[in-house]
Design a protein. Structure first.
Ligand code: 48H
Length: 257
């Protein structure tokens, strides 16, 4: 086995991480959350040539996919969202016309691999705990990031800012970016009332309809859409998450020209 000195390992990691950070201090799109909607949005955005970074609080990607339905390792997908999974070679088991069952681990891995292969960066262990704001017409122009480990330690450490032409809240039920942005900047003109009770078919339809821009520079996809528009939850059917991720990418691509 090739012998590698500790200094080589340390220098490689620090230098290469710094190269990435220097490049990522200014991006086209900052996606917050590496769940199904965030990974899907990132894949389409990166595929279209936009410099895209995903910030994920945990040291793993997948968000709510890993929990399946009440910890059973299966999720349900409905057409036309199957197309999104077929594009990343995720296997689907047909259940009935237009309805499929997917293994959670496969869906997590394939969506993440798809985003990475398209050119998106996924940075793990980072929390977005604020936004950057500018302008007479208040516009979100980036995110504020901190190591998850620092937030857990309770140490006072100032975070760093990352500029982005578009920020997408894909943080799931808690809509963390939208909650922070609206609380700190009431002039943005929106509130986050939280999602409504379960009504799967209606939830899936409305999620897609409501996905998009919340205020200048700030977009929403996935379950966070339900939180800001108070649409119902849907339980472990994930077609809406995938289509919402794809939709927000389409909206951003149109808006950024
Ligand atoms: C960095 C953050 C931050 C932060 C959170 O929950 P997710 O899977 O989100 P979606 O919207 O892509 O998918 C929702 C789906 O999983 C779900 O919960 C469904 C369908 N529920 C239906 C129902 O009825 O219950 O992923 C969000 C990701 C997670 O990995 C978080 O760790 C991460 O975002 N995250 N990352 N900074 N401030 N907040």
């Amino acid at each position: 086995m090739k012998e590698v000195e500790e200094t080589t390992i340390t220098k490689a990691i620090v230098e290469k991480a710094m190269e990435d950070w220097l490049s990522l201090s200014e991006v086209d799109v900052a996606v917050v959350g590496a769940g199904p909607s965030g990974l899907t949005a990132a894949r389409y955005l990166a595929k279209a040539g936009l410099k895209t970074v995903v910030f994920e609080r945990r040291l793993s990607f997948g968000g709510g996919m890993g929990g399946g339905g009440m910890l059973f390792h299966k999720l349900v997908i409905q057409s036309p969202a199957d197309v999104v999974l077929r594009e990343v070679n995720c296997r689907l088991e047909p259940l009935e016309e237009g309805v499929y069952v997917v293994d959670t681990a496969e869906m997590m891995a394939k969506l993440a691999a798809g985003a990475l292969d398209a050119g998106a960066k996924i940075l793990l262990g980072l929390v977005v705990d604020d936004v950057i704001i500018r302008g007479e017409t208040p516009t979100i122009t980036g995110v504020v990031v901190q190591w998850t480990a620092v937030t857990m330690s309770g140490l006072h450490v100032d975070p760093l800012g990352v500029k982005a032409k578009a920020v997408v809240d894909c943080t799931g039920h808690d809509a963390e970016v939208l909650v922070i942005a609206s609380r700190k900047n009431p002039e943005l003109g929106f509130t986050v009332p939280g999602e409504a009770s379960m009504w799967a078919p209606k939830a899936e339809r409305l999620m897609l309809e409501k996905t998009g821009q919340v205020c200048p520079g700030l977009y929403v996809a996935g379950m966070a859409t339900g939180a800001v528009h108070q649409t119902p939850r849907m339980g472990p059917i994930f077609g809406g998450m995938l289509l919402s991720g794809r939709r927000v990418a389409e909206v951003i691509l149109r808006d950024l020209g």
